[in-house]
Design a protein around this ligand. Structure first.
Ligand SMILES: Nc1ncnc2c1ncn2[C@@H]1O[C@H](COP(=O)(O)OP(=O)(O)OP(=O)(O)O)[C@@H](O)[C@H]1O
Ligand SMILES: [Mg+2]
Length: 290
């Protein structure tokens, strides 16, 4: 497994792969790898070469967020990737990506200011900027992301479409702990008393998913139930709960085929996100019961 720390060295490796007509996949991460990240490797392996980037991107953190204390277990991450046959790890420093004089920002308008964009202004332009830069350095044929960051996938799909990028985006399902908590590097911040309350995200998603399957299509009613569940958990504080269209993240009044329920909840000081698709009930509510 090659470990490449500079843009210039990565571009040299990439041209050598071009000469051999090899296809390339990219899995962008911030490290502190868990089974959610590792699940992204399966579709990546369909290409001839798999690249994982590990970069704790400073521009996607707000001024009062956890950039400094973000976990960086580098040796462990490299072991995990090597054992799984990854071909190259791109491991740039912040000054390699944003050298002196760097001035260009990519903003996917409107989509970036909804949902997580309200409490994390600037987050998604940091994400779009670094992902476009990684695409230009790695030039992947395919790039793999997780559904856990649902808004991120919608924004990146739009960027790829708007800017005519020749890359296939693949989105993999959310990997969860046995009790439903979505895997996340930030779960490490939870103390033992917070770990169980953290399942309230999954429990409230499941509540809404089952209600909608049983015929409740009014999003206002579903969201009221979700909020009540979260408020009933002492250590939890709701940031947002919304049911939106996966197309443009606009709020929906009724559950449609494209409905996504997305949540952000503080458990103590740790902000967690999760989401689920809602499906229109197969029960026709216009028919009388029986
Ligand atoms: N539980 C998960 N299931 C599937 N994919 C995941 C999961 N957690 C993260 N990913 C995906 O891994 C990629 C890299 O994410 P990132 O490195 O930010 O990890 P993370 O666990 O989300 O960390 P953090 O919670 O600090 O944001 C993203 O595409 C993200 O959606
Ligand atoms: Mg993340």
């Amino acid at each position: 497994m090659q470990i490449v720390k500079t843009v210039a060295a990565f571009k040299r490796l990439r041209s050598a792969w071009d000469d051999q007509r090899l296809t390339v996949s990219l899995v962008p991460t911030m490290g502190a790898l868990h089974a959610g990240h590792l699940s992204l490797l399966s579709p990546a392996r369909e290409a001839d070469r798999v690249v994982v980037s590990i970069f704790v991107n400073p521009t996607q953190f707000g001024p009062h967020e956890d950039l400094q204390r973000y976990p960086r277990p580098l040796e462990q991450d490299l072991c995990l990737l090597k054992a799984r046959g990854v071909d190259a790890v791109f491991l740039p420093s912040a000054s390699e990506i944003y050298p002196e004089g760097y001035r260009t920002i990519v903003t996917v308008e409107e989509l970036s200011s909804r949902l997580c964009g309200v409490s994390r202004p600037g987050h998604f332009r940091g994400v779009a900027t670094v992902v476009l830069k990684l695409f230009n350095i790695v030039r992947p044929h395919r790039a793999v992301f997780g559904q856990k960051d649902a808004q991120q996938t919608v924004i990146l799909r739009r960027m790829v479409r708007d800017l005519e990028l020749d890359v296939e985006l693949i989105v993999q399902p959310i990997v969860r702990e046995a009790d439903g908590l979505a895997l996340s590097s930030r779960n490490q911040y939870l103390n033992p008393e917070e770990r169980k309350p953290a399942t309230v995200l999954f429990r409230s998603l499941e509540f809404a998913r089952l209600e909608s399957l049983q015929g409740e299509s009014r999003t206002g009613v579903l969201l009221r139930g979700v909020r009540e569940l979260i408020e009933s958990e002492r250590l939890a504080r709701l940031d947002y709960a919304e049911i939106v269209s996966t197309d443009d993240l606009s709020p929906l009044d009724e559950v449609t085929a494209q409905a996504l329920l997305a949540l952000a909840v503080f458990i103590g000081r740790t902000r967690l996100i999760d989401n689920t698709f809602l499906h229109k009930s197969l029960i026709d509510s216009s028919l009388p019961p029986g």
